[in-house]
Ligand binder design. Structure first.
Ligand SMILES: [Zn+2]
Length: 612
């Protein structure tokens, strides 16, 4: 859950400087494990416990009745949380001490043991799916199974598409060969470096580092960085297209075997969203593309240009300022506490217990995420704090996840706390919007206010418009491959440019080389139609902000209940009490009004700067 859905905002290589204010802010992992030795012992113990569980419970899912199934699921819930804790200990160390030999051994052990455990415990899901409908329905009615009911019901929805066990195992055995395409795609990108002069002489640049110039105030540098990027992508485009073609082809042939109704179905299923709800949302977003274009025209004027180029899309307007770590912590804490004291308390406890790693340093991964470990361990947050205003927004975003995880794990079973991506990104986006609003309100420097207003509007455009554009690109790629057309670099480039032009129209100039813009987006390779969840979450968060303003007290109560409900209800049922009806034709009216307001306020900020 690291991404903020801003693919062009990808963090560059982590700037390491001892003058950064988050120096020394590292997490303390002792709530997970005291040391690697104990972690190793725990893996062995977990394996033994899982084997014993499987021996006792295998074959009992239908036979044990509601009470027996409840006991089984409760036992599995505890086991799964212990696995989560020991597993995250290895992952967390790997993410912060990549060069430590003990850490690497532990990470390898964790991967092997986690796979063993998954195989050992898989029978529970398979036996649940194997039950006849009447048998399963009777169990679902039982009061004993209430804490698991919704998740069990959702799991059954996949039953028609699951093949006999032998076939599933044969398909699983192909997994390494399929992963090889994903790895090849990633390796081509990760190893691609080009010489570029960012002002301090020519240096080798990775793709991420080249992309980070889109925030640079110097226009020549922005344009040159993207030109160099697209030129470099030329050399890998055939391989990237071959990887994508192979993966899409494989997914579609599996879909045919399973009888999956349409290419977006598996993603919609994980998000628990109906295809027509998603389609109505995408269509409503496309209708609002002119809102983005209006901003690009206004921004061109602010930058003294006739028209923006792609490289100007995220060019800074107004002015940035440094934010010390302590100020950021106070800002996010106040913003959460102001909304509801309990959320501020969760944040404070995580900070005091050192459940956060904010210091950028060598051997640490880039980006940001939150991991809600279990019912007994507070969430852990990783980010790379570089004293920028944008980092405050990231901090708020990750703690939106943390408060969601904490409250839902308090009330739900472990099985029922974890939602699909679309809902998971709602609390994080909402927390981020609250923090940004506070930053804007408290900012004394008018130019910095403008920067914040513009960043808020552009962040929304990146999440809502660009992620939708990408989902449409994918739809067309799957449709073409499904008709037996190869996904060559040229075909993908043409589709990519057409979908981008539908969004930008003539408000922004797309460079020739941008036809390869599809080739470095990892989501296309790893999870199909991943991107629309960001658009969904941003729209929902906008709607919630409007509701909150209309009736803070009533909204806050309903929102806390939403957080504590986790994944125990469908998105439709989770959001209805908050005043968002996904099935209504005007489901998104409030959201677009809020979006419009953000863009309007950013424009008004620019006007005020002009006038001053
Ligand atoms: Zn997130």
């Amino acid at each position: 859950m690291a991404g903020r859905g801003r693919e062009l905002y990808a963090h560059g290589p982590v700037a390491v400087s001892s003058s950064l204010s988050a120096t020394g802010v590292r997490w303390d992992l002792t709530d997970l494990e005291p040391d690697a030795e104990q972690a190793r012992r725990d893996w062995e113990e977990l394996l033994a416990r899982a084997s014993d569980f499987a021996e006792r419970r295998r074959g009992t899912i239908g036979a044990a009745g509601a009470q027996g199934l409840r006991a089984l699921l409760d036992e599995l819930d505890v086991l799964a949380q212990d696995i989560s804790r020991v597993h995250f200990y290895a992952t967390a160390r790997e993410h912060t001490e990549a060069t430590d030999p003990e850490t690497n051994d532990l990470a390898t052990l964790a991967r092997d043991r986690a796979a063993d455990l998954e195989r050992t415990l898989l029978f529970v899901e398979l036996e649940w799916l194997a039950l006849e409908d009447a048998e399963a329905d009777a169990l679902l009615e039982a009061a004993e199974l209430e804490p698991y009911r919704h998740r069990l019901r959702v799991a059954r929805e996949e039953k028609p598409y699951v093949l006999p066990e032998g076939e599933e195992q044969a398909l699983n055995a192909r997994r390494p060969a399929i992963s090889a395409w994903e790895s090849l795609h990633g390796r081509e990108l990760a190893t691609l470096t080009v010489e570029f002069d960012g002002g301090e002489g020519p240096e080798p640049h990775t793709i991420d580092r080249l992309l980070s110039y889109v925030h640079h105030p110097d226009r020549e540098l922005r344009v040159a960085a993207l030109d160099v990027l697209y030129e470099a992508l030329e050399s890998v485009a055939d391989v990237q297209a071959a990887c994508y073609d192979a993966l899409v082809g494989d997914r579609l042939s599996l879909d045919r075997l399973r009888g999956i109704p349409y290419p977006m179905w598996p993603t919609n299923q994980r998000n628990e969203l109906d295809g027509d709800v998603v389609e109505a949302m995408l269509a409503a977003i496309e209708e609002h593309y002119p809102l983005g274009r209006r901003w690009f025209v206004r921004k061109a004027k602010a930058l003294g240009l006739d028209r923006l180029q792609l490289a100007d899309q995220y060019a800074p307007v107004g002015s940035d300022r440094r934010v010390e770590w302590t100020e950021a912590v106070a800002m996010v804490e106040d913003s959460l506490r102001d909304f509801e004291p309990r959320l501020g308390e969760i944040f404070r406890t995580c900070i005091d217990r050192a459940h956060i790693d904010a210091e950028p340093r060598p051997g640490k991964v880039g980006g940001a995420y939150c991991n809600s470990v279990s019912k007994t361990v507070l969430p852990y947050v990783l980010l790379n704090y570089t004293d920028q205003l944008r980092d405050v927004v990231t901090l708020a975003h990750e703690f939106g996840h943390a408060v969601h995880g904490t409250l839902s794990l308090e009330r739900q079973t472990y099985r029922s706390y974890h939602t699909g991506l679309a809902i998971a990104e709602v609390p994080s986006t909402f927390a981020q919007l609250l923090a940004v609003e506070r930053l804007i309100e408290l900012e004394e420097d008018p130019a910095t206010r403008v920067m914040l207003l513009a960043d808020r509007a552009e962040g929304a455009m990146a999440s809502i418009f660009r992620q939708t554009m990408m989902a449409r690109f994918e739809e067309r790629a799957y449709a073409a491959r499904g008709e037996g057309k190869a996904l060559t670099r040229d075909r993908l480039a043409e589709t990519w440019m057409e979908e981008n032009e539908r969004y930008y129209a003539d408000s922004l100039e797309l460079p020739e080389g941008y036809g390869l813009g599809w080739s470095y987006i990892p989501h296309f390779i790893h999870v199909r139609f991943y991107t629309y969840a960001y658009a969904f979450a941003h729209l929902v968060a906008f709607s919630l902000l409007a509701r909150y303003r209309a009736d803070p007290e009533q909204f806050t109560r309903a929102y806390l209940d939403f957080l504590a409900s986790g994944a125990s209800r469908s998105p439709q049922d989770l959001l209805a009490p908050l005043g968002v009806d996904l099935r209504s034709p005007d489901a998104w009216a409030d959201a677009f009004a809020e979006f419009d307001r953000c863009v309007g306020e950013a424009g008004a900020g620019l006007d005020a700067l002009d006038a001053a």
